[in-house]
Design a protein around this ligand. Structure first.
Ligand code: ATP
Length: 250
């Protein structure tokens, strides 16, 4: 199912000349990154290099010392960005349906229950709308989180290791679901997993060094979700792993 609720064409996300220091350490300096409109940009790099910080800047949750983030269509980004993280961050006291529609409640709007139920159906949770998060497996909770992300219906989706807490099989299934249901949106995906980046991403970047710099884009041919044993994917995965290892020694 594609989410027909989505309206305007998604903008690209342009991060320009970002500089940020924490406790005297320069994390970025003059960093530029564009997440292309309607495509998935994957960002990899060693732990602590600054990936989440970059995503927080993109979300407006952290403010760079210099530089700025803008939408490629020149319109404000406010209200056009959503976030999906590693933890599902479901409210434990709220049932599945309420968790999916929580954004409406927080905005003081009426929940669109028929649409939420349709999305729960699309993520394979038909009939589970009355369950509490504790009654669901980790993979199911992440499906609820995906339904909630889709319910928010923002053209730009920021994903911080969204599937890293899942086992390999559930993770592969979630990658397929997310690629299908989020297709056409502008996605910026942080992952530690080269295979995940190659399955989901159109452009892949490695962030490395102090201050952190972006390596050249690796472009993966084909349409996500790519098969894990696809020849072109396996080739790009090797290149990406090499770039990650080179980043460690740079
Ligand atoms: N609010 C903050 N105050 C001080 N230092 C911070 C803050 N946020 C992040 N840092 C530091 O900035 C660096 C980058 O952190 P960040 O979480 O962005 O890395 P990361 O690449 O996402 O790591 P990981 O892959 O482990 O999640 C780390 O050294 C971290 O300790």
């Amino acid at each position: 199912m594609s989410d027909s609720h989505q309206q305007a064409a998604p903008p690209g996300l342009e991060m320009i000349g970002l500089a940020l220091r924490y406790e005297g350490q320069t994390l970025f300096e003059g960093l530029n990154l564009t997440a292309e409109a309607g495509r998935c940009t994957a960002l990899l790099g060693a732990s602590g290099v600054g990936k989440t910080t970059l995503l927080r800047i993109a979300a407006g949750l952290a403010v760079p010392e210099t530089g700025h983030v803008r939408a490629s269509d020149g319109l404000p980004l406010t209200g056009r960005v959503t976030w999906m993280g590693q933890q599902d961050l479901l409210y434990p006291w709220a049932r599945v349906l309420e968790n999916v529609t929580i954004g409406s409640r927080l905005r003081g709007q009426r929940a669109d229950k028929p649409r939420a139920l349709k999305l729960l159906d699309a993520v394979g949770l038909h009939g589970r709308e009355g369950a509490l998060p504790k009654e669901l497996s980790g993979g199911m909770r992440q499906r609820v989180a995906l339904a909630r992300t889709l319910y928010e219906d923002r053209p730009v989706v920021l994903m911080d290791e969204p599937f890293s807490a899942l086992d390999a099989i559930t993770r592969a299934a979630m990658q397929e679901l997310a690629a299908r249901l989020l297709a056409g949106r502008t996605m910026l995906l942080i992952t530690h997993d080269p295979l995940e980046a190659c399955r989901l991403g159109h452009s892949l970047y490695v962030l490395a060094g102090k201050p952190a710099r972006l390596g050249p884009a690796l472009i993966v041919p084909g349409t996500p979700p790519r098969a894990p044993d696809d020849d072109a994917l396996l080739h790009t995965q090797g290149e990406l792993l090499r770039a990650l290892l080179d980043g460690q020694t740079a």
